[in-house]
Design a protein around this ligand. Structure first.
Ligand code: ADP
Ligand code: MG
Length: 359
């Protein structure tokens, strides 16, 4: 099947007087697995429903494969959508649920047979064809909803928080299944989620939406390493922020001062003036903890802190460490036998300026 692109150009959507999508411009490439990430109420479902044809935008253009589909009804769009609630028919068997869309389209019986069987095979549910939805687990019901959508052979697959009703282990397994199915079918897919881990582990590229405004679009690593604002920075992972003052401006960066870190230099192309306040940010793993006051890093800002609390996460221990008047989140990689620092322990910390970003 031909892989198609989806383009939103300056899309605006209001419900009555409330504008919920503000000038959205976005291009999803043919065959891409694209994640749309944002907090609850940010407009994710509204955008998905708009692409499916259940919402009509008041301004802008919506193009699939380069053609404007704004005036087409949902059933004319060749777009499949899986809803968070699955919306399966409880009184119909798995087979009949999946066949439903084809029956409605008056597809010949023989073709329905082969297509339903192929779709159920894709999701590994052929042997459950005669069961009713309530005789299936949550994960299996999710697969039925997926089979019901892919059976109509859409060019674009829209998934609205499809895994949020499943427990953690199943969610992780299902997101891998979703991805491998998407790769097999080569379907342009938009996957809506409020879970940053889910977005980052699956997406070729992703977008972060906040209050109807598209904040940033890029690969998961681009967003993680170069977030354009504090909102994106904290939404795609934990981030430390320190208020600092500009003491000197150099061609290659800024000389800064903060109460907690003292004087330090950050290489940046950001233009600021002496006296300006900036927010310096860095990830929890950018800090190294060492017991002695002698740092093993030649280059780095060295400072001390007091352990406020810790959480053992397996691969690392995540500390909250008080440094002056700020609490920093610090991830310390774990190895067998390594004893965590206790509460109120004094620790030395080093921070590489290359890990720091300025907002
Ligand atoms: P998300 O999926 O990111 O949680 P939604 O797209 O569901 O966000 O909602 C975005 C905003 O639009 C919310 O403030 C929500 O209350 C509002 N909204 C959603 N659907 C409707 C509707 N049919 N009528 C009026 N307001 C709506
Ligand atoms: Mg939603």
């Amino acid at each position: 099947m031909k892989k198609v692109s989806v383009q939103c150009e300056n899309i605006k959507l209001s419900y009555g007087p409330t504008e919920v999508l503000k000038d959205i411009s976005l291009e999803i490439k043919p065959g891409e697995f694209f994640a749309l990430l944002g907090p609850s109420g940010s407009g994710k479902s509204s955008l998905l429903r708009l692409i499916a044809g259940f919402n009509q935008h008041q301004a802008g253009r919506l193009l699939v494969d380069g053609k404007d589909i704004s005036s087409k009804a949902p059933w004319e769009r060749n777009i499949g959508m899986v809803f968070q609630s699955y919306a399966l028919w409880p009184h119909l068997s798995v087979w009949d649920n999946v066949a439903f869309g084809l029956v409605e389209r008056k597809t010949p019986k023989e073709i329905i047979r082969s297509k339903v069987s192929a779709a159920l095979d894709q999701v590994g549910l052929l042997e459950f064809a005669q069961r009713k939805p309530n005789q299936l687990s949550g994960g299996q019901q999710q697969r039925v909803a997926l089979a019901r959508t892919i059976v109509i052979e859409p060019q674009v697959l829209l998934l609205d928080e499809p895994l949020s009703n499943l427990d953690k282990t199943l969610r992780v397994q299902m997101r891998q299944e979703l991805l491998s199915m998407q790769r097999r079918l080569g379907l342009t897919t938009i996957f809506v989620t409020h879970d940053q881990e889910e977005a980052m582990t699956t997406a070729d590229r992703m977008a972060v939406l906040e209050q109807g405004v598209l904040q940033q679009v890029g690969t998961p690593t681009e967003l993680y390493d170069n977030p354009i604002n504090p909102f994106v920075a904290s939404f795609v992972g934990s981030m430390n922020f320190i208020d600092s003052k500009v003491k000197g401006v150099r061609q290659d960066g800024l000389e800064l001062f903060s109460d907690s870190l003292g004087d330090f230099f950050v290489a940046t192309s950001t233009h600021r003036q002496v006296g300006d306040h900036v927010q310096v940010s860095f990830r929890p793993q950018a800090i190294e903890i060492c017991q002695s006051s002698r740092s093993n890093l030649d280059e780095g800002i060295i400072f001390s802190g007091i352990v406020s609390s810790s959480e053992f996460l397996g691969q690392c221990t995540r500390y909250s460490i008080k440094v002056g008047n700020v609490e920093l989140v610090v991830d310390h990689p774990h190895k067998i036998g390594l004893k965590p620092f206790s509460k109120n322990a004094q620790v030395m910390l080093t921070l590489k300026p290359s890990e720091m970003k300025i907002f």
